[in-house]
Write a protein that binds this ligand. Structure first.
Ligand SMILES: *[C@@H]1O[C@H](CO)[C@@H](O)[C@H](O)[C@H]1NC(C)=O
Ligand SMILES: *[C@@H]1O[C@H](CO)[C@@H](O)[C@H](O)[C@H]1NC(C)=O
Ligand SMILES: *[C@@H]1O[C@H](CO)[C@@H](O)[C@H](O)[C@H]1NC(C)=O
Ligand SMILES: *[C@@H]1O[C@H](CO)[C@@H](O)[C@H](O)[C@H]1NC(C)=O
Ligand SMILES: *[C@@H]1O[C@H](CO)[C@@H](O)[C@H](O)[C@H]1NC(C)=O
Ligand SMILES: *[C@@H]1O[C@H](CO)[C@@H](O)[C@H](O)[C@H]1NC(C)=O
Length: 834
């Protein structure tokens, strides 16, 4: 009994299920009846769109009960006015939709190529309504068995696995066509096609004319439709073979319900079903802009929506009619400025001769200009080959004079395949994403022009570089020869000369002179070691610089260098008397300067009184001349690298003498700039490029000089300067006053500037020029000497480097430094991490 009930129940369910998704011969579907696919995904039945009373037969997602967005309509152009529509399979084996009241056939499926024996219509879970032979019952996925399927005749909706394209065997075109309006399913203005001409592309047509070319397939997406690209949920498929060309998309997770719709306004939109809200959500719409209008700019022009006007001839092309073009009528397009060299017939030989494939340019012929990130031009007339590489593609294009452009067919994996254009290039636009490279043929002379316009200085630069290299080589040879001759001379003259030119002091006498280097005799400590005062047996006073032992230099090199330094003789340089090199001691013996160093005077309120303006001038000019000698006039080019007030000594007549020069590094006359791992210098006097990048040049000394000038005039230290109004350092303060035309306020009160204020202002001006941020802006020392001595007009200074204490590196950050507690000024020497 139970079994019987069970059996009845089971068979009922089974019958219900089969009858629901299938229409057999002799069965009818009347208005009001619903066909449901086996998995209950889709439904088919009669509906009235919007507020209309007309009845249409359509298919929709079963879940979509509220909106009922119909995905397919059978009788879209022939509505039934009442509810007497009947769908059945006719005796000929086709689906027919009739009006029972009048027996009119309003719609029928097209005749199949073969006659069915026992036709049935089935609504599949894909939303496809298929007509097939009943004995193929279990094979719902093989389209070859279908006599007819609704998927071949889309309405405005592309469902997953539905194809648009052309079947070359049957000649059937499947395309989307919009509804006329939201409540009128009849065929509207817009259609979305795969145009099989040339290399197939997707086009949106309005009526018969191409409105928008969505472009050819590049392996990932249609070139003009980068928005619709594969994502984790779906895959896009494009197939092109002898039998057919089509595009479709597939959904990985079948519980995801999606539809792509061409709406009545020609906009392609994608929707996904939101289970939570039971409604459709638009995931993306193909947003188009003016540049997407097909051939807006005419031939050989590109469209860039960010430009006004948005159309521009391709590089090397000019408007065919300038007048029309300027009136924003771009339809005439552009033509080549310079004809191609390659003429039909002779091109092949030319390219053979110059091996074009390896080089972009080819002498006596044409080359290719690369455009990046563009939507490829219309491919209706291209030649293509899916298997050849880009290099072979280029070869093919250059070997045929009619070929005017080429590009990769497939952008995946670095590009493959080949597209060749033989006609004017139409409908190119810039693409923010998903654009491709396009190579356009140009006469080589035009390419040269373009290159020259893009890099106007390149030729000049090449000439300059070549000249520089040649003169550098020449300079090195000459210098090498000089050094060689000099060394030879030195060797041949023996140590006798050595001794006479540079007296060697013995350690004992130096120790005696300095009270055995007692602290009482110490004058100070610089970056290279302490300095002691000494008195020799004959009464001569000397200053002894005892160099730190950590120098990596060998003794012989040290002597050589000292000899060089000793040859630097100038009124404004401290004189080197000799050296002492015993027991790995290295000492330099200088003349003694009784008046101490400049900082002893300028930063002291009472001692400053001694320095009137004429003395200041004398000191500043003296330092400038000494520095100029080091930079230019000496046989060696010396960059001091640690010029500061405490390194300027004063003799009895208050003449400045620069000390400690040549110790940091001396090098050949050609070199003007070098990078160093070891930064030697004193914060406050070090230029930004030296402090930060370790790049020193004569201009870093100029910077230090500028600081010194401002310090002398203001009587304030640059480092440690403070002011109640701001936290700028001395340079910043001077710069500020200068810009506010209050530079007089910078001048120290002890200077009686009433007589010479304009001259003092000039010196401030020069100081500011010397401390400018950019080394290239700073004058060199010869200019400085001229500026200080003349009254000509000066350029306006730019912002100084390090004008605020805050943007100076803290001295604490140095990795190694020499500190001296006796002075509050510290010479640092740090290793830059490089
Ligand atoms: C057509 O209409 C007639 C009369 O109203 C009715 O008897 C018949 O069943 C209808 N046919 C179908 C297929 O509904
Ligand atoms: C579109 O083309 C077809 C066939 O070429 C033609 O019959 C029809 O008149 C054209 N329609 C328009 C609007 O030009
Ligand atoms: C498919 O999607 C549904 C709903 O979004 C989700 O619950 C399910 O886990 C997914 N299945 C797979 C295999 O990803
Ligand atoms: C494409 O190029 C390959 C290799 O050169 C060639 O074998 C093939 O025939 C070409 N295909 C077409 C359609 O020209
Ligand atoms: C160049 O290509 C055109 C178009 O494909 C073809 O008609 C012509 O024969 C080719 N010329 C040469 C020299 O290969
Ligand atoms: C388009 O124009 C903008 C603005 O002028 C420019 O930055 C951009 O590089 C242009 N794009 C192309 C592909 O030329």
């Amino acid at each position: 009994m139970l079994l019987v009930i069970y059996f009845l129940l089971f068979s009922f369910v089974r019958i219900a299920a089969t009858t629901l998704d299938t229409i057999a011969l002799g069965q009818f579907i009347r208005d009001g009846q619903i066909v449901v696919s086996a998995g209950e995904v889709f439904e088919m039945g009669f509906f009235s769109p919007g507020k209309l009373r007309s009845r249409y037969l359509g298919i929709w997602y079963k879940r979509d009960t509220t909106d009922r967005s119909v995905v397919w309509v059978a009788n879209r152009d022939t509505p039934i006015s009442d509810s007497s529509g009947v769908l059945s399979i006719s005796g000929e084996g086709i689906l027919v939709l009739m009006v029972n009241s009048s027996n009119d056939i309003v719609w029928s499926s097209s005749k199949a190529s073969r006659a069915p024996q026992n036709p049935v219509a089935v609504l599949l879970d894909s939303g496809n309504l298929v007509l097939k032979d009943d004995h193929d019952d279990n094979d719902n996925n093989n389209p070859d068995k279908f006599l007819w399927q609704s998927f071949d005749y889309p309405s405005d909706t592309l469902l997953p696995r539905m194809k648009i394209g052309r079947n070359f065997v049957t000649g059937l075109d499947s395309f989307l066509s919009s509804w006329k309006s939201a409540d009128d399913p009849s065929q509207g203005d817009f259609t979305l096609w795969i145009d099989p001409e040339g290399f197939p592309q997707m086009v949106l047509k309005m009526g018969n004319s191409t409105q928008i070319r969505l472009g050819s397939w590049n392996g990932l997406h249609f070139t003009g439709l980068p928005q619709l690209k594969p994502n984790p949920d779906n895959t896009l498929v494009f197939v092109l073979n002898e039998k057919e060309v089509y595009h479709k998309y597939e959904i990985r997770n079948s519980s995801l319900l999606v539809r792509l719709v061409l709406d009545p306004f020609g906009i392609v939109e994608r929707f996904t079903w939101r289970y939570r809200t039971s409604s459709w959500a638009q995931i993306n719409a193909v947003v188009l802009d003016g540049c997407d209008n097909y051939a807006l700019c005419g031939s050989n022009a590109g469209c860039n929506i960010s430009n006004t006007p948005q159309c521009e001839c391709l590089t090397g092309f000019v408007p065919k009619s300038l007048g029309e073009w300027n009136q924003l009528d771009w339809s005439g397009g552009c033509v080549r400025r310079m004809p191609l060299n390659c003429k039909n017939g002779d091109g092949f030989l030319k390219y053979e001769a110059v091996k074009l494939p390896d080089t972009l340019n080819c002498k006596n012929g044409d080359g290719f200009l690369k455009y990046e990130a563009v939507k490829l031009p219309d491919t209706s007339y291209v030649w293509f080959n899916k298997s050849i590489s880009l290099i072979e593609c280029k070869k093919s294009c250059s070997n045929n004079c009619s070929c005017i452009a080429y590009a990769s067919l497939d952008v995946r994996e670095g590009g493959s395949g080949c597209l060749l254009w033989f006609r004017d290039l139409i409908d190119i636009r810039e693409l923010a994403e998903g654009g491709q490279d396009l190579y356009i043929r140009m006469a080589v002379s035009e390419l040269d022009n373009i290159e020259a316009r893009r890099h106007p200085n390149k030729k000049k630069q090449v000439i300059i570089i070549v000249t520089c290299i040649i003169s550098a080589i020449f300079g090195v040879l000459v210098f090498g020869w000089i050094v060689y001759m000099w060394k030879k001379k030195l060797r041949s003259q023996g140590s006798r000369k050595d001794d006479t030119e540079l007296p060697i002091y013995d350690l004992n006498s130096v120790a005696d002179a300095t009270n055995n280097f007692s602290n009482k005799n110490m004058l100070g400590e610089g970056g290279f070691g302490p300095v002691y005062k000494g008195t020799l047996m004959d009464g001569q006073e000397i200053a002894v610089k005892r160099l730190s032992k950590c120098s990596g230099q060998g003794m012989e090199e040290f002597k050589n260098e000292v000899v060089l330094i000793a040859k630097l003789q100038h009124r404004n340089l401290v004189k080197l008397l000799g050296c002492c090199t015993e027991k790995d001691e290295r000492m330099l013996i200088y003349e003694y300067m009784p008046n101490q160093s400049l900082d002893y005077f300028i930063f002291d309120i009472t001692r400053r009184e001694i320095l009137d303006w004429s003395k200041c001038i004398q000191i500043i000019r003296g330092i400038a001349r000494g520095l100029l000698y080091l930079h230019q006039d000496s046989r060696l080019r010396i960059i001091h690298r640690d010029l500061k007030a405490s390194n300027v000594l004063l003799d009895n007549d208050m003449n400045p003498k620069i000390s400690d020069f040549g110790l940091a590094r001396s090098f050949g006359g050609d070199q003007t700039e070098a990078e160093t791992n070891r930064v030697v210098g004193t914060y406050g006097y070090m230029s930004p490029e030296y402090t930060i990048d370790g790049i020193f040049s004569v201009k870093s000394d100029v910077y230090s000089f500028g600081v010194l000038v401002l310090e002398i005039i203001s009587g304030k230290r640059n480092r440690g300067f403070c002011h109640s109004d701001h936290n700028l350092n001395l340079l910043g303060h001077a710069w500020r006053l200068w810009n506010e035309e209050r530079a007089v306020e910078l001048i120290d009160k002890s200077l009686d500037y009433s007589a010479a204020s304009s001259e003092i202002l000039r010196y401030i001006h020069v100081g500011l020029l010397c401390v400018q941020q950019g080394p290239e802006d700073r004058p060199n020392m010869s200019t400085v000497v001229l500026m200080l001595g003349s009254e000509g007009s000066l350029p306006q200074p730019k912002q100084p480097g390090f004008f605020s204490e805050r943007n100076m590196p803290e001295s604490d950050s140095s990795s190694s430094k020499h500190l001296s507690s006796s002075t509050n000024e510290v010479t640092i020497s740090l290793l830059q991490p490089r």
